[in-house]
Design a protein around this ligand. Structure first.
Ligand SMILES: [Fe+2]
Length: 318
């Protein structure tokens, strides 16, 4: 990204947030972490994937886990929003999270097959396009170049903890609007459905909800995209109607019944997957359509989600 683009990006997400993100990305690329807890994160341990691979292979479960990871289901979630303008009744948002697209060709093919032909009014992407956390974003951007043309438009995105800043330019060149502590809107006639997005609140902590919410009028219907559900309390306090997230992978490798072993978040377990509520704000945490650390899933199938928006009148009669 050129220096001029960096100046523009600083104006969008906040100069301090951009400076912090670039410094932390440099730490990741050099493996020189300033804090021991950063070094010990599962995705920062190069041996974690190898250890899990060996354990699954020894148990004869490696192939099954890989096949499970490629069986992406389409999950429908109806959500009633108090402030939804009537013209958006039935509006369908296709939600993809934790794509980790450069995990392999088979994964991209599985995702293309899952989303091709889905009829929706817009698409939202809640981060983690890259499998690893360091190095070039080019393989993920190449995979996105195959995926984005089959997604509904318009498409809005935020970055996750796996994503480098190069993905802003990579996504926007493909026509996806990246929301870096910013707000956009869907328009139908005079009416608007506001869609705000924050930068990653899990690792980079460069999110700024107040900045993202600044353009949303009081009592307007607004959706917040956040890679992780972690800032759920602040999102509710800012009056968002709906928060869409991912990051947890629903645990990815779970016990029977979908009980996660790890969710990689300090957020409560009730926010780890599916629909939830915080005060008047509703939320949804996607289990994601990809994998991190290792391409395997157990008792936690990958998903793409269609959120069907309903207004308050419909909600009262349900
Ligand atoms: Fe992820």
């Amino acid at each position: 990204m050129s220096p001029l683009d960096m100046t523009a990006l600083a104006g969008r997400m906040g100069e301090g947030a951009l400076r912090q993100r670039l410094a932390m990305e440099a730490e990741q690329d050099s493996h020189h972490y300033r804090h021991v807890e950063d070094f010990l994160r599962p995705e920062h341990l190069p041996s974690a994937g190898r250890l899990i691979h060996r354990a699954l292979a020894a148990a004869g479960l490696r192939a099954r886990g890989r096949n499970n990871a490629r069986r992406i289901r389409v999950h429908r979630n109806e959500v009633c929003l108090e402030h939804l303008p009537g013209v958006f009744e039935g509006c369908r948002l296709l939600h993809l999270s934790d794509l980790h697209l450069d995990a392999g060709r088979h994964h991209v093919e599985a995702l293309l097959a899952a989303v091709r032909g889905l009829e929706c009014d817009a698409c939202v992407l809640t981060g983690d396009y890259r499998f690893g956390i360091e190095g070039s974003c080019a393989p993920a951007i190449s995979a996105l170049a195959r995926l984005v043309p089959v997604l509904p438009q318009p498409a809005f995105a935020v970055l996750g903890n796996h994503d480098g800043i190069d993905l802003v330019d990579g996504l926007e060149r493909l026509g996806v609007r990246v929301l870096m502590n910013e707000c956009a809107a869907l328009h139908r006639g005079e009416m608007r459905l506001h869609i705000a997005g924050i930068d990653d609140a899990h690792y980079f902590r460069t999110h700024d909800i107040a900045r993202a919410a600044a353009g949303v009028p009081v009592d307007a219907c607004a959706i917040l995209l956040s890679h992780t559900p972690e800032p759920y309390r602040h999102a509710a306090a800012h009056g968002f109607d709906l928060m869409l997230s991912g990051h947890t992978h629903g645990g990815q490798i779970c016990l029977p019944g979908g009980i996660p072993l790890l969710t990689d978040t300090p957020a409560p377990r009730r926010l780890a997957r599916g629909a939830w509520r915080q005060g008047r704000m509703q939320g949804y945490t996607s289990v994601g359509c990809g994998c991190s650390i290792i391409d395997a899933r157990f008792f936690c199938p990958p998903e793409v989600t269609i959120h069907v928006l309903r207004g308050p009148q419909v909600g009262r009669h349900q």
